[in-house]
Write a protein that binds this ligand. Sequence first.
Ligand SMILES: Cc1cc2nc3c(=O)[nH]c(=O)nc-3n(C[C@H](O)[C@H](O)[C@H](O)COP(=O)(O)O)c2cc1C
Length: 328
Amino acid sequence: MITVLHQAAQDARLAPSILNTQPWRWQVHDDVLDLYADADRRLPEVDPHGRLMTLSCGAALHHARVALAAAGFEPAVDRLPDAGRPLLLARIRDCRPRPATQENLAAYRSMRLRHTDRRLFAQGMPVPGEVLDQLRVAAEAEGARLHLLQQQDVVYLGYAAQGAHKVGAHDPRAAEELHRWTHRGADAPDGVPPGTVAGAADRPVPLRDFGLGDEAALSPGAGDDADAVYLVVATARDEPLDWLVSGEAVSAVWLMATARGLAGSPMTDVVETPGARVLVRSLLQPPGQPQLVLRLCVAQTPAPPGSPRRPAADTVTVTEGRSSGEGV
Ligand SMILES: Cc1cc2nc3c(=O)[nH]c(=O)nc-3n(C[C@H](O)[C@H](O)[C@H](O)COP(=O)(O)O)c2cc1C
């Protein structure tokens, strides 16, 4: 079992994460796979409470579950199992054999195909309504809700994004943090490469301003995002468990969307910035706590460039025999 768990933890490196920080550590021991948040990779300015770090780890947790399901196993998962060790986010245990379904295998394939696509989407390719229904069910199965913003609400999301930009532009420490994670160097295993950030363009809803200016090397394309849908992942409460579950829901929705031929990019500046967050929250019916907005549309070719990942040896440790219980 150790080999299967080890492989699942390695596959989980493909998960999306805030600024590609990959803030997770895995420990395999005694047929158990433990997921820890790596607090050294939290972003103190952008993410003071660790919400986005925990969301990112939730996405990695879901990726590991998908890898196990594709390998023919269904585990039990304990979330936040030890109140005395808040960085221990999840324990995967008791993997039972269960034949992989076509949906499991499609999700597993999507883990390699999914990339954040920040380009404008072309018009004339609306997202089919039945796919949106399936995505909603996928989010609910993970314990989160998915709100589709109606056309009139997208205008307000645009205001929220503009507001978030204004706040960010006046925060030199946040700007310095962004600069650090967008200038890691060509061989770095983490961070947001400028080649994955679209250059300036008119958009109904502006994306996060990475502060790259002319360094943003991805052509935004000729689209106008008119057919893009904006899906808000939300929870009833706003505690660490909700952040973790939301990350799992983001992964479930995004992998399913990828398998259905969609692509897109998350937006969290509108959730991090208090004023923008209040505005986004006011759009949710039934009421809820917004955790992340996913902009989706029909995927276009060529696929956008991918982002690097840290080597497995940096994020996964295997301990024979019982764990010290201290974590990693
Ligand atoms: C919690 C979370 C928040 C994110 N926030 C944003 C964002 O505000 N803007 C953006 O363009 N991308 C955002 N992303 C996408 C990441 O930058 C992206 O996942 C990472 O750079 C790795 O690239 P990949 O998704 O192509 O593998 C976010 C991802 C996660 C998981």
